[in-house]
Ligand binder design. Structure first.
Ligand SMILES: Nc1ncnc2c1ncn2[C@@H]1O[C@H](COP(=O)(O)OP(=O)(O)OP(=O)(O)O)[C@@H](O)[C@H]1O
Length: 635
């Protein structure tokens, strides 16, 4: 049921939400202002929570006031207890019971309101953050490790929920309680009240001097940075575990994770040592306010004649001062937590404030785009901002509509970069990429993505059912359409042999698909999408002979009547391509069909000869092996 609830809500909720969070809640503000801006995303819930929290705190002090009244009734009558008005005492007790019930009830309502606000805000933020990630250029993910972004999405955003649900009502209470407390301290006897204030002020001065200002910001930043670093290296360590095992590395020899854990540990130990003295002083002073009251009491008792009034005030303050600790400790705890959360928000806002891929001001309607060819016109591109090294320099070519254009060239010559510029994973630095007659930057990203299918080098499958993985190509596809796409991609057979057929969840129950099987699922996805342009990136690199055959069959289905850009290292797979673009050092070295390029006797011919030489070399190696074994048998 909850699944449907969210599914049904998605479209409208997400839309309203992106308006609310991306525009209103984007980080114009900083620090505490930003924290409260986010917290008050659901402002009526939060106001209600604040009012009930204040009410709860106010009720929580009623027993102390009544205690004063009880003492006032009992102390003057200690010599003759029959003088005590017992019905009045019973009324006081009833008041105490009622105030306790009301304290709990109002705090419960306050927490209810704050939790509702927290869950809705958390949902909005997470959806918005995920949506924002999808709009960022791929370069952003190069510079920001997956572990760091995961931490923002899980830990930092999650901590905002904690702040709204728990810390906010606590904070309101923590501010209200000291105010009520100080008023009460000063109300019953302002002189003793002032004495009680001295240790409170002293304790806070110690806090401010030790942790206030730039020191605290710097410590928090270092703490979060080292935590981020440790997270990022942990993710890298786990993802690269096969390489680590092969090269016989351990958590000690894999320097990055070892250093980051060590850094974090060192920092925490240093910070703990730094906190030791001021924190001990803070808690000791607040826990021992009576230590300040007793000398005053001794001084006072030698100068007073009204012992009843003295005893009433002295006993009351001794009891009441013990209640000072809890609200002040809470205030310190919540304010420390608040600082950690604010730092987390700053990290989240770095992502929110990163410019998304720019959408056109006046987008072209995709139905009016004439033609589905791809044309690069004098395209230059560098991955680095200083343009120290151009991945592409002045690249021009046209991949004709409905034809296959293959990209070949040495490793690092710029083939993948060309493929990545077509769906605007990055924007060109110079020149233009056209689809038909339209600059791709004049199309809305959604429309551009609808026109292109991409079969990546590393096939990524979601941890969902096979059916849902294929459906990603067309979210409203029927089960029949999914099955037809899977058949065309040569994967229907093996999917039906999985434990739950199309409903088998990938990467669970020991379900592990081979590289070729994963690739065919990706092809099924692309077939279902049925876009006019297909970009195949190293698509046949990992296949075994049987898979290779099936993948080729799947490709035939996928690329029928489409504009295809294909990157392949193995020359025979592109021999029949309509056009071959030979890349060298980010430039087009030559282009043409296979036969034309062979005739040109240029770079392609050299590659082809080299390829044929390897074949002969393999055969001659086999031959020589045969010779050796033949000789061996003769001997
Ligand atoms: N994400 C990146 N960040 C920085 N530089 C990059 C990035 N990706 C590629 N490059 C650089 O851009 C140049 C072109 O790389 P590209 O991946 O396009 O080559 P390629 O021909 O596809 O290589 P391969 O066949 O090995 O995949 C290379 O010098 C490469 O080092």
């Amino acid at each position: 049921m909850s699944q449907n609830y969210y599914e049904n809500q998605d479209s409208s909720f997400q839309k309203n939400n992106s308006e609310a969070l991306s525009e209103d809640m984007r980080a114009v503000k900083e620090g505490r202002a930003r924290l409260f801006e986010i917290a008050f995303h659901k402002k009526w819930h939060m106001l209600a929570s604040a009012i009930f929290s204040i009410t709860s705190v106010a009720f929580s002090f009623v027993p102390y006031i009544i205690l004063y009244l009880v003492l006032k009734e009992i102390l003057p009558n200690l010599s003759d207890l029959s003088q005590i008005d017992s019905s009045l005492l019973m009324t006081y007790i009833a008041f105490i019971a009622a105030s306790l019930v009301l304290t709990v009830a109002t705090m419960f309502i306050s927490l209810m309101c704050s939790h509702l606000a927290a869950f809705e805000t958390l949902y909005d933020l997470k959806i918005d953050f995920a949506a924002k990630l999808a709009t960022l250029p791929l370069g952003y993910f190069n510079q920001n490790a997956t572990g760091k972004l995961r931490k923002v999405m899980d830990d930092n955003i999650e901590s905002i929920e904690l702040f709204i649900a728990h810390h906010f009502p606590d904070l309101v209470g923590s501010f209200t309680a000291p105010v009520v407390l100080i008023l009460l301290l000063l109300y019953f006897d302002w002189r003793v009240g002032l004495v009680c204030l001295v240790p409170i002020i002293l304790a806070y001065l110690i806090q401010i001097v030790s942790f206030g200002g730039k020191n605290k910001v710097m410590y928090l930043k270092t703490y979060q940075d080292s935590l981020d670093d440790m997270n990022a290296s942990a993710v890298e360590y786990v993802r690269g575990i096969s390489v680590i095992k092969i090269f016989n590395q351990t958590v000690y020899s894999f320097k990055k994770i070892h250093d980051s854990i060590l850094n974090y540990t060192k920092f925490c130990i240093k910070y703990t040592y730094m906190c030791r003295a001021p924190m001990t002083a803070f808690t000791t002073i607040l826990n021992n306010i009576s230590f300040f009251i007793i000398p005053v009491g001794i001084w006072w008792v030698t100068r007073t004649t009204d012992y009843a009034a003295f005893a009433l005030t002295f006993i009351f303050y001794l009891i009441f001062s013990a209640s000072v600790v809890s609200p002040f400790m809470k205030l310190m705890y919540v304010s420390n937590k608040g600082d950690v959360i604010i730092d987390g928000i700053r990290r989240m806002d770095e992502t929110f404030n990163t410019p998304s891929v720019k959408e056109p001001d006046h987008p072209v309607n995709p139905n009016t785009v004439v033609g589905r060819s791809i044309r690069f016109e004098n395209v230059s591109f560098s991955y680095t901002e200083d343009h120290a090294h151009n991945a592409l320099s002045d690249v021009s070519f046209e991949a004709a509509e409905g034809q296959i254009t293959a990209l070949v060239g040495k490793s690092g010559s710029g083939k993948s970069t060309i493929a990545h510029l077509i769906p605007r994973f990055w924007d060109v630095d110079g020149g233009v990429v056209y689809i038909g007659d339209t600059d791709i930057r004049d199309l809305k990203t959604d429309d551009l993505m609808d026109m292109i299918s991409f079969v990546f080098q590393d096939v990524f499958l979601f941890k969902q059912s096979v059916r849902e993985n294929i459906r990603a190509g067309k979210p409203d596809a029927t089960d029949e359409e999914i099955r037809a796409a899977a058949k065309a991609a040569q994967c229907d057979d093996f999917i039906r042999n999985l434990p739950n057929g199309y409903d088998t969840i990938i990467q669970t129950q020991g379900i592990h698909l081979s590289g070729g099987e994963r690739q065919r699922i990706a092809i099924a996805r692309a077939i279902l999408k049925d876009s006019p342009i297909i970009v195949l990136d190293e698509a046949t690199a990992f296949a075994d002979p049987e898979n290779e055959y099936k993948i080729q069959e799947a490709f035939k289905e996928l690329i029928r009547e489409k504009t295809v850009i294909m990157i392949a290292h193995r020359l025979p797979t592109i021999r029949t391509a309509h056009q071959i673009i030979v890349m060298s050092d980010g430039k087009v070295a030559e282009s043409g069909a296979h036969d034309e390029l062979i005739q040109k006797n240029g770079a392609y011919k050299k590659m082809w000869d080299a390829y044929n030489a390897t074949l002969t070399w393999r055969i001659s190696q086999n031959e020589s092996k045969k010779d050796i074994s033949a000789q061996g048998s003769v001997v």
